[in-house]
Design a protein around this ligand. Structure first.
Ligand code: B4P
Length: 191
């Protein structure tokens, strides 16, 4: 089973690269950002709560996203593997994911981090915000808050996987195609 964590700051290209990985490896894509945006679209109670935090550039509580991932793992018991995109975003989420996978006799294969500097992140997200209608992409202040949340709460997750010898980082700057080739090379080496 190939279980991949795509890691990196907001706008690093996790969602973009996931689309190519799904095609090549036939993995199930689990994006907590997409799952939350879907809850917002459906107008659920969870979605209404999440929207306030997401629009402000803050993380949604751990128990909410862990619950969503747990349901998706249960619903896809026969999968060849998963791409975790935007999850785990805190050390508590990483610990919960390890236990969930362990209870299914599985584990994370590798975490691949996309390295992109803050100026480029802000540029990409503001550009996407012009067309996507995503409120969290429209405002430079919210984008900077998201990057701060990443540095404060998410960056330490890298240490969690380094300690397990499962961490690799690559440059997330360059063409989408070249970055995809670098990711594929890591998978070929680790899987
Ligand atoms: P996410 O939906 O995970 O989104 P993201 O961090 O903005 O984006 P990503 O890195 O996937 O960027 P993308 O490929 O789209 O999170 C949104 C919010 O949801 C969070 O702020 C938080 O509130 C909440 N949330 C989600 N998961 C959570 C969790 N686990 N715990 C708590 N809260 C959670 O790329 C961005 C742009 O760059 C695109 O326009 C793309 O076209 C462009 N791009 C990509 N690659 C490029 C390249 N190589 N060159 C130039 N541009 C590129």
């Amino acid at each position: 089973m190939l279980n991949l964590v795509l890691f990196g700051p907001p706008g690093a290209g996790k969602g973009t690269q996931s689309q190519h990985l799904i095609e090549k490896y036939g993995l199930i894509h689990l994006s907590t950002g997409d799952l939350l945006r879907n809850e917002i679209l459906q107008g659920t109670e969870l979605g209404l709560e999440a929207k306030k935090l997401m629009d402000a550039g803050m993380l949604v509580p751990d128990e909410v996203v862990i619950g969503m991932i747990s349901n998706k793992l249960d619903a896809n018991r026969d999968a060849e593997g998963f791409i975790f995109d935007g999850f785990p975003r805190t050390v508590a989420q990483a610990e919960a994911l390890d236990s969930l996978l362990k209870s299914k006799d599985s584990a994370i294969t590798v975490m691949i981090a996309l390295e992109v500097n803050d100026d480029e992140l802000e540029h990409r997200l503001l550009l996407r915000g012009k067309g996507s209608g995503r409120p969290d992409d429209a405002n430079p202040e919210v984008i900077r808050r998201r990057i701060k949340e990443y540095n404060d709460k998410t960056a330490p997750v890298a240490g969690f996987y380094k300690a397990q010898n499962k961490f690799t980082s690559i440059s997330g700057i360059g063409s989408i195609h070249d970055i995809f080739d670098s990711i594929s090379a890591v998978i070929a080496d680790k899987a």
